[in-house]
Design a protein around this ligand. Structure first.
Ligand code: FE2
Ligand code: FE2
Length: 298
């Protein structure tokens, strides 16, 4: 009798575990769908903005020794940090703040508020919404929308602020790049890419260091700089190759963005290819929505 009861409990426990891990997977997939919606703004970047900010923010949180729950929250908040820009006029998305008129800038400063409002009714999103609300705050109180200072700012928002600044400076298309549609294909080798982007890379890193402890958290800046320097070293050991799309292998990296004929982004430059990516690509290939050969880094 006791044995039977124990077996039943074990059966139920397994079932609940399976159910909750299925739920967690579905939940994460919904987040990914939301991310794809926000990615419609990625045409103004040379690689996926939300994906980059999410991956690097999670890496920083991990190096800070944060708990798995906190890391997941920061990862999701970073994926969705600019969700408040949905439905914004394009000028408030593609321009840098310095290029905006007063009216455009005022509208732009509203996106963290809208982002939080999208998520507010859902209990699980309390912290995530708060991080999104704060992602443009600065240590000295010069940020927006609430001019928060130092300890008032959530650690997740402090992390996203650093990665967001870096990615905007390096990968957001400035006016000149926006007019030159073929900009991303101008690099013929990794060495050339690293050499060409070196001045911008160095000035961005210098700015982060100069504003460390004034605008940005100095510990986060130091960790992030270590990560990007490691990334650039790793990149220099890779090579660009053109491969047949149905022979992709997990670990390859997309060297270009790819969109479907109806404008949905299906591959982001800089994104590492996984088993899931390959499954999705095969489906788009069958529908004739993906090129037969693509450029990758390996
Ligand atoms: Fe933002
Ligand atoms: Fe952003």
């Amino acid at each position: 009798m006791i044995n039977e009861l124990e077996n039943n409990i074990e059966y139920l426990e397994n079932k609940i575990e399976k159910l909750s891990s299925n739920l967690a997977t579905s939940f994460y997939k919904v987040i990914k769908i939301l991310k794809r919606i926000t990615e419609t703004n990625d045409k103004f970047y040379e690689s996926s903005h939300s994906l980059y900010v999410s991956e690097k923010s999670a890496q920083i949180a991990t190096e800070l020794g944060m708990s798995v729950e906190d890391i997941v929250e920061i990862k999701i908040a970073a994926l969705l940090h600019d969700i408040g820009k949905i439905n914004f006029p394009e000028v408030c998305i593609y321009k840098f703040p310095a290029e905006m008129s007063d009216f455009e800038y005022k509208k732009y400063t509203y996106h963290p508020i809208l982002g939080k409002q999208f998520l507010t009714p859902y209990e699980y999103f309390d912290n995530i919404g708060e991080i999104i609300y704060q992602h443009h705050e600065k240590l000295d109180g010069s940020g927006f929308p609430r001019n928060l200072t130092r300890e008032q700012i959530h650690i997740g928002a402090k992390i996203i602020a650093v990665v967001d600044y870096y990615h905007n400076m390096l990968f957001k298309k400035n006016k000149q790049k926006r007019e030159n549609i073929n900009f991303s294909s101008q690099y013929t080798s990794i060495a050339q890419y690293i050499e060409t982007t070196k001045p911008l890379y160095e000035s961005t890193i210098n700015y982060l260091q100069k504003k460390s402890n004034i605008l940005f958290d100095s510990n986060i800046v130091n960790i992030f700089i270590r990560i990007v320097e490691r990334d650039r070293r790793a990149l220099s050991s890779k090579s660009i190759a053109r491969v047949v799309s149905n022979s992709l292998v997990p670990g390859y990296i997309f060297a270009e963005d790819h969109f479907t004929s109806y404008g949905l982004k299906i591959a982001s430059k800089g994104e590492t290819i996984t088993k899931d990516t390959i499954l999705a690509i095969n489906q788009y290939l069958a529908e004739g929505e993906f090129p037969n050969k693509i450029l990758i880094l390996k």
